[in-house]
Design a protein around this ligand. Sequence first.
Ligand code: PLP
Length: 377
Amino acid sequence: MNPFAVFQKSNIHIVSAQGSYVYDEEGRAYLDMYGGHAVISIGHGHPRYVNAVRQQLDRIAFYSNAVENKLQDQLALELGKQSGYPEYSVFFSNSGAEANENAIKLASFHTGRSKVLAMSNAFHGRTSATVAATDIGSMRAPINENFNFVFTPFNDISSLRKQLETEVFCAVIIEGIQGVGGIHVADDLFLNQVRSACDDTGTLLILDEIQSGYGRSGRFFSHQYAGIKPDLITVAKGIANGFPMAATLISPSFKPVMGQLGTTFGGNHLACAAAMAVLEVMKDEELLHNTAVVGDFLQEALKKIPGVEDVRGRGLMIGVEFEKDITALRKSLLYQEGVFTGYAGNYTLRLLPALTFSLEQAQVFLEKLKRALKNEG
Ligand SMILES: Cc1ncc(COP(=O)(O)O)c(C=O)c1O
């Protein structure tokens, strides 16, 4: 048997990692500007994280949601405090798609409506509802083509308002910063206007902070720059620094109904221990502050590099758009300079390093990028 070949892969075998570096079988170091796709929040192999997971493994790794789990309560309390949403409830699950699927389902249960309004260029996951809310036709099978999902232009309030005035939508779903779509920030004004339009039409607002949340923007959630409060917020990726976990944050206007949501693995003991270690490190090492400082420095420096057309994003979620196709540049960065990067389309580099990424490491990256651009000619 072979793994089903649906991923475009680099021919590099990563066997270990520390901080912002990963290492291949020959011991070659790579600077990780990709964070395993925005998943590595507190850095690879953080000693507090490793110890917390190890100790939990010695006690118990898993038991089902059929029994009380104090670790979930402790995690919920700390997440509420650090995120600025202490009055919300949380439902733990296992992947970003699942967190969004649960948010969409809750919005529909709550309003009795069945349509969802999503943004052009959106990406929300691969499960039935989330892929239907994803504006990439090639990812949708015929069974996912679903008239309940409608797309409206990103950052365009008049089109959105017109749709919501029909009062058939249970929810609007928006990424705080569009990731797969090319690192486009949801404007603060737009988010405020969306919040008002939702309130006026009995529609719920879901903020997908799966990539842009958990400190990546320099605030806990990227929508907090706009000063709004969504009804539902989804998180995954950085929540447990690589241990599969996700969560849906739910406003107090929702009352839980027995059996409406469920999961076998979600919120298990090991996942909670990993996620708790992440929050402790985020707080103690002031990673939101570091992300904002290093992110600003990197963005300003990137703007000055010849050949760079545009730099977008917030904190350490950065899109660098080049005048030329970046395929050769990414290869040169990886194989000659030893740097992992992400991409969005053919012209935009996607940078998503750990939130522990330092100013010194940012300098190292900038030198490597300049050299790769020069060698490319
Ligand atoms: C904004 C956004 N939403 C949802 C998802 C889906 O998350 P997962 O792959 O964990 O299901 C992703 C993953 O890249 C994402 O970036």
